[in-house]
Design a protein around this ligand. Structure first.
Ligand code: PXL
Length: 269
């Protein structure tokens, strides 16, 4: 059987626990042929508390990768992960404008775990102004949702999540999925989807009590893969939550301060 194709434009996270590596693993696990363009390389520094070392890919090299990927394949579903600089955002915005897309899933990576909040305000602003307008689906976490909605965070109730999603939806994206995550108190991991059909709440018991690296990347990549296969957005979100649940239950320990999601724990029925 010919596989569906999904495209990802994102950064490498060198431990394998987040970013591009997770995107391609998730695509593969869901039976989708992955095509990727690298925007930057993040290498955590084990000698310095696993702090971020960040190197952007030159804009012309990003443009070359996009040219190769989009010339080789008829791509119509793309996930946008970490971009990292205003120059990268310009190249990616140009690529998004260059052809029609059935779905653009934007995971608005404002900061990674361990990074200083507000370290990259110009990048956040460029993401909001130049990438968000192309998004058909946007998947902010609790912090990103509060930031994009202009609300004080953290969001601590399901109603807060819904209010943030509605405020973000008013900025353009048709489908907004806000992830409550560990910052939402209580026993459940709650995500809300707000779109034309109203509000859909997805709630499953939390697994463990610590953040797991790569959960957000896995979630957005799984939505992207399911959309590539033709699923509707609510069904894609449901599968993505199942993939993350299974991957967190089977999380992988490393010498890093956090565990990471194991995408291989989920199996397509
Ligand atoms: O988890 C967000 C994320 C996405 N992409 C890359 C990252 C991170 C966090 O570390 O490094 C490349």
């Amino acid at each position: 059987m010919v596989p569906s194709l999904a495209y990802v434009i994102a950064g490498s996270e060198a431990t394998g626990g987040a970013g591009f590596q997770v995107d391609l693993k998730t695509f593969q696990q869901l039976g989708v042929y992955g095509v990727g363009t690298l925007t930057c390389v993040v290498s955590f520094d084990p000698e310095n508390g696993w702090a971020h070392r960040f190197v952007p890919i030159a804009p012309e090299v990003i443009a070359d990768q996009i040219e190769a990927a989009t010339s080789a394949h008829d791509l119509d579903v793309v996930k946008i992960g970490m971009l990292g600089t205003p120059a990268t955002i310009d190249v990616v915005a140009t690529a998004l404008a260059a052809q029609p897309w059935r779905h653009v899933v934007v995971d608005p990576v404002l900061i990674c775990k361990g990074q200083e909040p507000g370290a990259a305000l110009d990048t956040d602003t460029a993401l909001r102004e130049k990438i968000l307008p192309f998004a058909t689906v946007v998947t902010p976490n609790n912090f990103e949702a509060a930031t994009l909605a202009g609300l004080p965070g953290p969001l601590t109730t399901t109603d807060d999540l819904i209010a943030a999603a509605q405020a973000i939806r008013a900025q353009g994206p048709r489908h907004v999925v806000v992830k409550g995550g560990m910052d939402l108190p209580g026993p459940d991991a709650v995500d809300v989807l707000v779109d034309d059909d109203g509000v859909t709440v997805f709630s499953d018991p939390k697994i463990g009590d610590a953040r797991v690296s790569g959960a957000g990347c896995t979630f957005a990549a799984a939505i992207t893969a399911e959309l590539a296969k033709g699923a509707a957005v609510p069904a894609a979100v449901r599968v993505a939550k199942d993939v993350v649940n299974a991957g967190i239950a089977a999380r992988v320990s490393a010498h890093t301060p956090f565990t990471t999601v194991w995408q291989g724990a989920y199996s397509v029925n």
